[in-house]
Design a protein around this ligand. Structure first.
Ligand code: AGP
Length: 617
């Protein structure tokens, strides 16, 4: 979720780039850098840490020009970047912008180049020695390799070699008045000015300078010069850039035009899963030698998951995959209980501490306890450099980007897919499933990001209608079975967290053992009916609900005709493997909670009594 900014025009651009990066800070980063034209040369400053470190480095090295430059100059161009490390550690060397060997070409890149290892080998054969551990640097060298007088053509030719998803901006000393930007499944927008142009990951980076914006489509290449922006497709055919005037205020801009961070983050879930999956697969040390090495994974006898809240629900979803695919017994424990229970941890136990923040006191304490009892401990977290990363034997990073809304959404889906990937890896190591089965599951996982995007787009309106209609209901019961159960639990948690409406969630089969007493006429009951293995059972539970006069809102898979006879309202989601359906089925429930809370006029980003990071017991 790195941030990109670029400028071409006549204003000295160091400050402008820095200010743009500051407006992208909310995306999260661990290092930053800018490169800009100065006379005949390109200068570059990079720094680890926050933008104050970059600014300090700039002031130190810019001979005072940075502090005083306010006048216009004939030509100015530059690019800037905030980096959130994916490939390679947090070092100045790995920070962007990256250059080719001659230093004539500079690039900044957001996203992941999945085939970077293969490209590194190719470049090595051409005697190109890379200076960083990043996947991004290869792109600077490719552009240099393909350059024959046109930066746009060199970028276009390089795209043919790149696999993955990314947005990038390139500059070249031979064409000092030109920036070239392109995106594939990562955001990049152009800001059209008068005698100057901007390009960035988010409109907020340049909104104070222009409100005229052109959003690039996937694989469109923008060639930006001070007086003109041209757009081409990958074959070089010109496209008409479509621009609009943005009317957002600053606050809305920070949220990419969404009314709240939570809604923005719900919409970012496809990207969060995409990033998490490709980081996992493209990881340089995939076959690393630590506790995640194949021979260690093969010997795992038992897994204990410790977590709280939404992360606990992700653990429940992960358990289904770890048991079903990898055939490893899994216990999922509420961390605050586990830490005091004198648990028995046998040899061969792997403990997974799941925490988006990596700072949750109870989860950390449970991980510590497991470690003192000899277990191998792996953290699953969204926060690089968090406490959980320091206290574990290995770390699996979700790549959801910074989550600002207190209610976890995109970090949940990222956690679930990461646990699924782990299950597949263990299954590969211990032979619990055939290679053919594993490869089918892997490709089904790859389809998930686009499916999530589709679900978000298609269910938002109908779900909002339902939420508004039911906004005054005093109580909601959520039911699910098998893979639908963690979804029901998470849906109920979301609703109570942000709307303060009492909810309960149960395994549907448990209902007649108690919770059925809660049902009255019109009580809304939300049923997650996506796991076809138990559909007939769930439908008979639903019949029991309706016999008590309750109204049923069901989440079901496309093509599930039976559900229509059992529910007043049905929200359909695409059909895939039942376990994978968790990350699709949770979307309508997040949106339901969201719209219901909004209908009640509540602040969904900062619900009462809750904190994003719970560092106390
Ligand atoms: C989620 O919406 C909640 N804010 C909360 O349940 C959260 O999941 C829990 O506090 C655990 O946080 P962690 O993932 O940072 O450890």
């Amino acid at each position: 979720m790195c941030g990109i900014i670029g400028y071409v025009g006549s204003r000295p651009c160091q400050r402008l780039l820095l200010e743009g990066l500051r407006r992208l800070e909310y995306r999260g980063y661990d290092s930053a850098g800018i490169a800009w034209r100065e006379g005949e040369v390109t200068r570059c400053i990079r720094a680890v840490g926050n933008l104050d470190s970059l600014e300090a480095a700039l002031v130190r090295t810019a001979d005072g020009t940075y502090a005083s430059a306010t006048a216009t100059q004939p030509l100015s161009a530059g690019i800037g970047h905030t980096r959130w490390a994916t490939h390679g550690g947090v070092t100045e060397r790995n920070a962007h912008p990256h250059a080719d060997l001659s230093g004539r070409f500079r690039i900044v890149l957001n996203g992941i180049i999945e085939n970077h290892l293969e490209l590194r080998d190719r470049l090595a054969a051409d005697l190109v020695t890379l200076r960083s551990d990043t996947d991004a640097e290869v792109v600077a060298h490719l552009i240099a390799l393909y350059y024959s007088g046109s930066l746009a053509d060199a970028v276009r030719r390089s795209l043919e070699d790149l696999e993955g998803h990314y947005a990038l901006v390139a500059m070249c000393e031979d064409e000092p008045d030109t920036l070239v930007g392109v995106r594939r499944e990562c955001p990049l927008v152009v800001g059209l000015g008068s005698g100057e142009q901007f390009v960035a990951s988010s409109i907020s980076a340049f909104l104070t300078h222009t409100r005229e914006v052109a959003v690039l489509k996937d694989e469109e290449i923008a060639v930006m010069r001070p007086d003109v922006v041209e757009v081409f497709d990958v074959s070089g055919l010109p496209h008409r850039p479509v621009s609009t005037e943005v009317e957002w205020d600053d606050d809305r801009c920070e949220k990419d035009g969404f009314e709240t961070f939570m809604l923005k983050e719900i919409h970012e879930q496809g990207a969060a899963v995409r990033e998490t999956l490709s980081q996992w697969r493209g990881s340089v040390d995939r076959e690393g030698s630590g506790v995640l090495a194949p021979d260690r994974l093969r010997d795992i006898k038992r897994i204990i998951v410790v977590a709280c809240g939404t992360s606990y629900h992700a653990g429940l979803a992960g358990r289904n995959a770890l048991e079903q695919w990898a055939r490893i017994p899994v216990d999922v424990e509420v961390a605050s209980e586990f830490r005091y229970r004198e648990p028995i941890i046998e040899n061969g136990t792997l403990v997974l501490g799941i925490s988006q923040s990596g700072e949750t006191a109870d989860t950390l304490a449970a991980m510590r306890l497991a470690k003192t009892q000899g277990a191998a401990v792996v953290a699953v977290t969204n926060a690089p450099a968090s406490q959980a990363t320091r206290e574990s034997d290995a770390v699996l990073f979700t790549r959801a980007g910074l989550e600002i809304g207190v209610a976890a959404t995109k970090t949940f889906v990222a956690q679930v897919v990461l646990l699924y990937e782990l299950a597949l890896r263990i299954a590969g190591a211990n032979g619990a499933r055939s290679e053919a089965t594993l490869s089918d599951l892997r490709s089904a996982l790859e389809d998930l990001p686009a499916m999530i995007d589709r679900v978000v787009a298609s269910v938002d309106e109908p779900v909002r209608g339902l939420a508004e209609r039911l906004a005054l209901s005093p109580f909601f019961l959520y039911l699910g079975r098998l893979s639908g159960l963690p979804v029901a639990l998470e849906g109920a948690l979301k609703l109570k967290e942000i709307s303060y409406v009492p909810t309960d969630a149960y395994a549907a089969g448990e209902m007649k053992h108690g919770p059925i007493a809660l049902l009255g006429r019109e009580t809304p009951v939300v049923c997650v009916a996506t796991d076809r293995r138990v559909l007939p059972k769930l439908l008979s539970n639903v019949s029991e609900v309706r016999a008590r006069g309750a109204q049923v809102l069901a989440i079901a898979s496309d093509g599930c005709k039976e559900i229509a006879e059992h529910a007043e309202h049905v929200i359909y989601i695409p059909s895939t493997d039942p376990l994978l359906q968790v990350v699709l089925a949770v979307v309508p429930l997040q949106l339901f909670a969201y719209h219901l809370a909004r209908a009640r006029g509540l602040n969904v980003d900062q619900p009462r009594n809750l904190a994003k990071t719970v560092t106390v017991e």
